[in-house]
Design a protein around this ligand. Sequence first.
Ligand SMILES: [Zn+2]
Length: 412
Amino acid sequence: MLDLVLRNARIAGRGDAILDIGIAGEKIVEIAQAISSDAPLEDAGGRLVMPGFVETHIHLDKSCILDRCESRDGTLQEAIAQVAAAKRGFTEDDVYARGRRTLEKAIVQGTTRMRTHVEVDPRIGLTSFAAVRRLKRDYAWAIDLEICVFPQEGLLNDPGTEELLVAACEAGADLIGGCPYTDSDPHGQIARIFAIARRFDLDIDFHLDFDLDASRMDLEEVCRQTLAFRYGGRVAVGHVTKLSALPPTQLAAMARRLADAGVAVTVLPATDLFLMGRAHDHNVPRGVTPAHRLAEHGVTCSLATNNVLNPFTPFGDCSLVRIANLYANIAQAGTPRELAACFDLVTAQPARLMNLPDYGIAVGNPADLVVLDASEPAMAIAEVAQPLIGFKRGRRSFSRAAPLLFPPTTGP
Ligand SMILES: [Zn+2]
């Protein structure tokens, strides 16, 4: 017995076949041509149906604070300082309200799985963490939210932070992150984060190597500890803009190192473009690491949103198809194969990064289904295709009306 049939779907990876998807309860139970059923129907009209976008890196807690900040030089250091000052005014309800606005935007952009980073330190305590936990619970009907607690302003130089991170892990944080480049002892921080992760058996997601000086990288230390603790497949690093400054042979060598260690990479094109290269007043470097090239070497990679409407990134509609299009444009990835790879970087690859075994349109998986106004993945990226309908675990979670034209009637 089916509860719903999504008719006339084009499914990524299944060629040009037009298929029906049968849903019972929260799951996909049948994928076939012309399913016969009395269940309610939804018609995808031959459009691309996919399991929703996967956001691996966003900051709900510090989104939507542009009106509280004043940015002048647009550097990373200024953004951290501005947000640190604004953070002193955060309350739980304030974080909840701003996070909700950002989360709802992501949902209507077709995102069904998300990892959010949440700052923990002695100034904010566990206030933002508590607010984001409420969001996770209150929006579980539309999105699976994973919480990564991390110290934005340092760990070894910021007494009391480690105790708070441990308290958050005891209270149910899903994973732990780090930010070695703001620490007085970057390698010391990496070691402490690995120690906490192993104590609580959590995956790790670092902010890492966020400038354009490739002569010194913390990435090597992260790979070394990942191998030493047999943590391959459980460690991700975000930004790593230093890799964008490497010539191809060195980039390929580092890609092989990452693939061998099992360290995944998240590239954050909007923030990286906005903050990098500020020392240049012309011929400004893009500062965006070529994720699709790393992926060609077997590195698990994702493209993600990072910041929304704050000094790190004063933009943001939470659309991952837009981020993938932005990335494709600046990475000069324009062939059908490259554009399809960019689609993978906001769908299947980030699902692998987050270790989500039940992601994908397959019998037995949750009925997370998003209809995109596109015929196939490469064109979805090329055209910034809009999501029209979404289902989360078999229940409709949003819809967006397709645009309509109203030409004048002709003749008498
Ligand atoms: Zn971030």
